[in-house]
Design a binder for this molecule. Structure first.
Ligand code: PNS
Length: 164
């Protein structure tokens, strides 16, 4: 049986922290679907769905068993539809824990066929978030250590354009 995992997130944009979790998940599962999903608590995204998908495709193109998809609905429903056995999330710090724990319990209640698996973020990415990357890029700072090389200029141009 092929073991499928779904790695959901806003990915607005994908960072090296996300990539670290995705590439480690790809060594554990047969297939990893990186799912652009929608967080009702986040008002509006900076990047469009298509832009986020394109950036993930570029950043993950060297990992054979990683696929990209987008779903504007309940994660539990998607996970069930694709017959995934796990939802993979990265945990950065204690501050992530409460909401992630809550989401894991809700997702389990909505669909009991998959487990949420938490991978601890690598030490060097503890501080990293899409919001921090956008803040730095917005002010014209160097984001090269935080974003895959293939998408740096796209992220910079989009945010600097907003700034001017
Ligand atoms: O990158 P984020 O914003 O922390 O990711 C959160 C996300 C998008 C994974 C979460 O909001 C989600 O799963 N959204 C899909 C809708 C859903 O299933 N909501 C209930 C989860 S408890």
């Amino acid at each position: 049986m092929r073991r499928i995992a779904v790695c959901p997130g806003s990915f607005d944009p994908i960072t090296v922290g996300h990539l670290d979790i995705i590439s480690r998940a790809a060594t554990i599962f047969d297939k990893v679907i990186v799912l652009v999903s929608f967080n009702a608590n986040k008002k509006s995204a900076t990047f469009t769905e298509q832009e986020r998908i394109q950036m993930i495709l570029e950043a993950t193109k060297d990992i054979d068993n990683v696929y990209v998809d987008c779903f504007d609905g309940l994660l539990a429903e998607y996970v069930k539809n694709v017959n995934a056995c796990a939802i993979v999330k990265g945990l950065r710090a204690v501050s992530d824990f409460e909401s992630e724990f809550q989401m894991a319990l809700v997702n389990k209640k909505l669909y009991g066929g998959a487990e949420t698996v938490f991978l601890t973020t690598s030490g060097e990415n503890m501080f990293l978030s899409s919001s921090i990357v956008k803040e730095i890029a917005y002010h014209g700072g160097d984001i090269s250590g935080f974003i895959h090389p293939a998408i740096i200029s796209f992220v910079q141009q989009k945010l600097i354009h907003k700034h001017k």
